[in-house]
Ligand binder design. Structure first.
Ligand code: SD4
Length: 325
């Protein structure tokens, strides 16, 4: 419910924000060279090696878009990462199906959903962005496109993931888990030396999902969004909750309207908690703005992220919404 006080506050914030935008448009806010810039930020523990790969590229003066792709390819091909790419847990019928998207500093983007048999869906998403007039390809069409582009068809179901699936079949109960196990979707954002921002997000989605289920991760504005004027955001956790609120678009829009990355992530989590029974699932947001400030917030304690600022690459815990757990 919006009461009058909140409305007035919102109106004041909105007008302050449009002032800010006007100043930006007038060029008064140039790209700040400041803390944390250039930088790489990404979700969960597998963000550490991903950040290293991304950092190598920006350190050498490379572009953010190349860095985000190189970064997320690390967990994609890691068989131990059982929620991304090769080694990802399958759906309830034993199929590993992948979702990924990528977005550059010009607002170009590409995405694949429900893609099977390709180790690096993020690279297919990039080819969709660069080599087609489209944003998104799905399922059989995405696979055909990938093969046409020279990607190799491979079996992504490792023995370990297959064993976990066979064990799950004993009960066959679908109960999405709160992601406390620290292996999850990777979302990665980069500011390069020029100050340009790009993002990537890639996942095998929820374990034991319905065949054909697509989550938030390949949806621009849900799993990931970048606006080079403002900043970027990535999401992890229960994709359905993120989809219902177009979470990362919301985070970036809140930042555009004057919120810090932390405030924006908190507000986006609150929107979910206000309407959905957030006790039963996790969602985490990670955001950075054009000045290199970042924020992270989640529903339940347990979401962590990796931040590489050139001085060090380190894990951090996100703040969380449900304090009484
Ligand atoms: C999905 N958001 O497919 C992804 C997966 C994830 O915790 O992040 N799981 O819903």
């Amino acid at each position: 419910m919006i009461n009058r006080r909140k409305f007035l506050l919102a109106t004041t914030l909105a007008s302050a924000a449009s002032m800010l935008n006007l100043k930006r448009a007038a060029g008064k806010f140039s790209v700040q060279k400041g803390k944390g810039k250039p930088m790489v930020i990404s979700t969960w523990n597998h963000g550490m090696p991903a950040n290293e790969a991304a950092w190598k590229i920006i350190e050498a003066g490379g572009k953010a878009i190349d860095a985000v792709e190189a970064g997320v390819k690390v967990p994609e091909s890691d068989p131990e990462s059982n929620s991304v790419g090769y080694g990802g847990y399958p759906d309830r019928d034993g199929n590993v199906t992948l979702d990924a998207c990528i977005m550059d500093e010009t607002g170009n983007c590409g995405s694949v959903s429900f893609l099977q048999h390709i180790v690096h869906p993020i690279s297919v998403a990039r080819k969709v962005m660069e080599n087609t007039p489209h944003v998104m390809l799905s399922g059989e069409g995405a696979l055909k496109f990938a093969l046409d582009q020279g990607f190799k068809k491979e079996n992504l179901l490792t023995d370990k993931a297959k064993a976990a699936w066979v064990k799950w079949l004993e009960s066959g109960k679908y109960k999405p888990m709160i992601n406390k196990e620290n292996h999850d979707t990777i979302g990665l954002l980069v500011i390069d030396q020029k100050g340009d921002i790009s993002g990537a997000c890639t996942t095998s989605g929820l374990a034991w999902k319905y065949y054909g289920r697509v989550g938030d991760s390949p949806i621009i504005g849900a799993g990931m969004f970048v606006d080079n004027e403002v900043g970027g955001a990535v999401a992890t956790g229960m994709g359905e909750a993120v989809l219902k609120t177009l979470g990362t678009f919301l985070v970036v829009e809140l930042m555009r309207n004057g919120a810090t990355p932390q405030e924006a992530c908190e507000e986006a989590v609150k929107r979910i908690a206000a309407k959905q029974n957030a006790k039963d699932f996790q969602v985490g947001y990670l955001a950075l703005d054009k000045s290199g400030n970042h924020g992270a917030h989640c529903i339940h304690k347990g979401f962590s992220y990796a931040l590489h600022n050139g001085v060090q690459n380190k894990m951090h815990d996100a703040s969380f919404h449900l304090k009484d757990e």
